[in-house]
Design a protein around this ligand. Sequence first.
Ligand code: THU
Length: 163
Amino acid sequence: MRNHEINICYKEYSPSELNAVDKNLIDLAIQAAKNAYAPYSHFRVGAAVLLDDGSIIKGSNQENAAYPSGLCAERVALFYANSEFPGKAVLAIAVVVVNPKGEILKENISPCGSCRQVMVETQMRFKKPIKILLASDKSVLVFDSVEDLLPLSFSQGDLLVDE
Ligand code: THU
């Protein structure tokens, strides 16, 4: 038997310490969250994705009475970015939750497993680390790569077998 240990790294900033690009991305994620369609969970999530040409794509969670048909904010934004701008690498994504008044919450959101999986494949596709900003009104957690959010991620490439 061998023990293995995996370390992940992230930084915690106070909102006032952020640079202008990151602050803008978070502000746009807050704007996006206000467009959430979340009549079932009342959990209003917003994401803003920065592409390598400087353009920013926003997304919010979109729910459905058939619950599994809904989609998280992160995937709405990433899938839209990849379908509209297929050649543009994703450099960063900011994610927030807002209350019914549209104010950012005190708690930092932590993306669900499916969104992490989509982030990891987007990162592999463009071979560039994606910076992840998880913001609340008190702090912003910054991950320099999706690997820090999803260690030991699934990738079919490692598993392909020659027929
Ligand atoms: N949700 C997101 O948009 N992003 C996440 O990372 C986690 C969950 C959404 C899905 C659903 O509409 C609501 O939040 C409650 O789970």
